[in-house]
Write a protein that binds this ligand. Sequence first.
Ligand SMILES: Cc1cc2nc3c(=O)[nH]c(=O)nc-3n(C[C@H](O)[C@H](O)[C@H](O)COP(=O)(O)OP(=O)(O)OC[C@H]3O[C@@H](n4cnc5c(N)ncnc54)[C@H](O)[C@@H]3O)c2cc1C
Length: 445
Amino acid sequence: MQNQAMKILLAGLISLTTLAWAWDLMVAGGASGGSAPWVTRQEGLYLSGLLSIALMSLAMLLAARPAWLEGPLGGLDRMYRTHKWAGILAVGFASLHWLIEMSDDILKSLFGREGRVPKLHDTGLLEILRDLAEDMGEWAIYAVLAMLAVTLWKRFPYRPWRFLHQAMPVLYLMLAFHALLLAPTDYWAQPVGWLLALLLAGGVYGSVHSLAGHIGRSRRVQGRIVAVEHPAADIVGVHCQLDRGWRGHRPGQFAFVTFDRSEGPHPFTIASADRGDRTISFQIKALGDYTRSLAERLQAGQTVTVEGPYGRFDLDRRNPRAQQIWVAAGIGVTPFLAWLESLQDDPGQAPVADLHYSTRDRKTDPFVTRLETLCASLPGIRLQLHDTRQGEVLTAAEMLAAKDRSRRTEVWFCGPQGLADALKKGLDATWPGSLRFHQEAFEMR
Ligand SMILES: Cc1cc2nc3c(=O)[nH]c(=O)nc-3n(C[C@H](O)[C@H](O)[C@H](O)COP(=O)(O)OP(=O)(O)OC[C@H]3O[C@@H](n4cnc5c(N)ncnc54)[C@H](O)[C@@H]3O)c2cc1C
């Protein structure tokens, strides 16, 4: 469903931009004064450029985390996925734009230079600015291509990647300048120009917002660590007291947490219910360089910056008429801890649900006892443990055993992507009814 929102948005933007370009071609006559191959090249150049800047503008706007788009796109994690795909497509069209630009020599040798579309010739400052815009576009394309390569190369470490990614607003502004000066002047009096102006405004807003360090500022609060615990060798539990300004959270939401300014923010699910006293907890697993060293660095009394809450993995968003299957795997248990905690106040109102928890080793897992305790007071929640060391791998068939196939069903999943893919495949193959799969993506890049 949420992926569908992303596809609709991207396909809608591509179609709208193409239609606006086609309108110029049909109604205003498009590029003129040249022979067919040269006019085709010129129009190809315009269309690929328009599509590239349209998608890049969307990517920049989404990077500013506009709260009003979180709902339609299904949460911040989906918004980032849309940002990523808009960026990938934008770079694809930019490469096409560059290749078309480079096709000059081939066309000259095939058709001669006589039929070329005459270039716009201005004088003075405008001519200098156009030349500059052309050069800027070319440099920026090389840079965004390199950025795409390191983004898709998953082995490239996250920290240097994030550092390099901070150059994106500057590259976008260079490309916006290129588009603004090199778009045909008659565009500005018709739909294609109005659409371009709107998109550039959105993209410039996102870039300036990002360069000024304003992204997420209104949702950022200070706080202090009140307790640190070490429930397992690779897990640290952090309890924080936040200052005034924290607006509370819904169970299942996450926040960007900065323990150390030089490291910057990391996303973690708030693994506790909102008690109305601005206290929140995180359970953090050592999954990488920074999180591995976190346990030694954190102490009670330290300050913390929390930005949020974000996300739509929200207990209140479940469909009360649908049968509920909840799946937690590994550290993906954190949103469910918050869900179960929030249900303790009124166990009578708790839904009926199967909660599957997949763990590597039941004996050493610190969350098993916690889940058992929380579920003990919630008779509607049937906790099922799957110990993979004992060969108890969770399958779609197990999830669906004893389920009513005629009823609408919802799966809420938080865990590794590989398990999500395997379960989705199994569910598609075996479940005939209507089923919605909600997933919290623990990866944003
Ligand atoms: C919505 C969401 C909720 C999460 N909740 C939890 C949780 O409750 N408990 C938990 O243990 N983990 C959670 N994670 C995962 C956690 O954010 C990463 O494990 C952690 O940031 C890894 O940092 P690292 O530097 O140690 O690892 P690295 O080895 O440097 O990075 C591993 C991967 O983590 C991601 N990552 C790293 N740094 C950042 C960052 N600053 N911002 C965004 N992504 C980053 C990248 O995808 C990267 O490839 C969550 C992630 C997301 C997106």
